[in-house]
Design a protein around this ligand. Structure first.
Ligand code: ZN
Length: 326
């Protein structure tokens, strides 16, 4: 039985990568980038199978020994770098270990694959330590990175990678992917109305109570801000601040709403990141992009206060004041 990772959408990218294998032009360093939840890690697994699959004509087949070992996460030639530290980065020691491993010949085939998920959390030191391996990789080594944004990667490192964008899918594609996972239809509708074709975020919304609360609060915050209801703002922020993790998630989502509002007011086509389109549009109608950017600055400041161990309650009231003054 074939058990390939089910990749929704992104078919042009899959075809391009398949063609690269057929023509023996697989990249030695692949960077898959795109917004959180759009399926980069699943695609990285698919790519790993594509590279190591034994079925020349139908790679990745999902059936051969290599494909099956990858699916079970037990392939001896596939190594995932381990995160360390608060910011989900990689220690220089981890990178050095990977470099040592990269020098060793493969066990099962011709290629060893090294995965770096969420590589945008990688420190400058760790990136520098990795640079040499990616610049002059051993013939049998392949590096696969995933990242939300490419802005934090060193240009020197980036220039050695083949960067490919991964996109959220259409809403109907998202609905069918979620239906295949057996979620109830009504819940699927609620998730898709919040997060559109971002399957990862929809799944999180369907399975994670905290995300549901955080996105409801972020939507309500956007509306309160559009109507300048200071009391509601304070009440919503304070209640989210009762739990520091909930508060962080709420602020992240609220910040996405601000970003959407800023882009709405500039017109044109764009991909929505927030969880409530109508609220973001209402905010955009009330404020100039410049004010929305100042509000974004206030949220960024709230994040660094939380990092710096300012209490969540204090951060909430300072943020409320800053949003009203922005
Ligand atoms: Zn295979």
């Amino acid at each position: 039985m074939s058990t390939l990772p089910q990749i929704a959408g992104n078919q042009a990218l899959l075809s391009e990568l398949r063609l690269m294998r057929q023509q023996n032009h697989l990249p030695h360093a692949l960077l898959l980038h795109g917004e959180r939840g759009c399926g980069k890690k699943l695609l990285a697994q698919w790519f790993t199978m594509l590279v190591l699959c034994e079925d020349e004509a139908n790679a990745p087949c999902g059936k051969c020994k290599n494909c099956r070992l990858i699916l079970h996460g037990t392939h001896p030639d596939v190594m995932t770098a381990e995160h360390s530290g608060k910011k989900m980065g990689y220690s220089v020691e981890t990178v050095r270990e990977i470099r040592r491993e990269a020098a060793i010949l493969p066990n099962n085939g011709d290629i060893r694959i090294f995965l770096f998920p969420d590589a945008d959390g990688m420190s400058i030191q760790a990136q520098n330590a990795l640079l040499k391996s990616v610049e002059e990789p051993p013939a049998h080594a392949c590096f696969v990175f995933t990242a939300e944004t490419i802005g934090t990667l060193l240009p020197t490192l980036l220039s050695r990678m083949t960067a490919k964008a991964v996109f959220p899918v259409t809403e109907p594609e998202c609905v069918s992917a979620l239906t295949a996972r057996d979620y109830p239809a009504a819940d699927i509708q609620a998730a898709v109305s919040r997060f559109g074709g971002n399957i990862g975020k929809c799944i999180e919304y369907l399975s994670d109570e905290m995300l549901r609360t955080a996105s409801d609060t972020a939507a309500a915050l956007t509306s309160a801000l559009a109507q300048m209801q200071e009391y509601d703002l304070l009440r919503l922020l304070t209640s989210a601040a009762a739990d520091k993790d909930l508060f962080r998630r709420t602020l992240e989502l609220f910040d996405c709403q601000l970003r959407d509002a800023a882009v709405f007011s500039l017109d044109g086509e764009f991909r929505r990141l927030g969880c409530d389109r109508a609220a973001a549009e209402a905010l955009a109608a009330k404020l100039t992009p410049r004010r929305v950017m100042r509000m974004h600055g206030a949220v960024t400041e709230a994040f660094s206060d939380l990092e710096g161990n300012v209490s969540a309650a204090l951060t909430a009231s300072a943020l409320c004041a800053a949003l009203c003054e922005a």
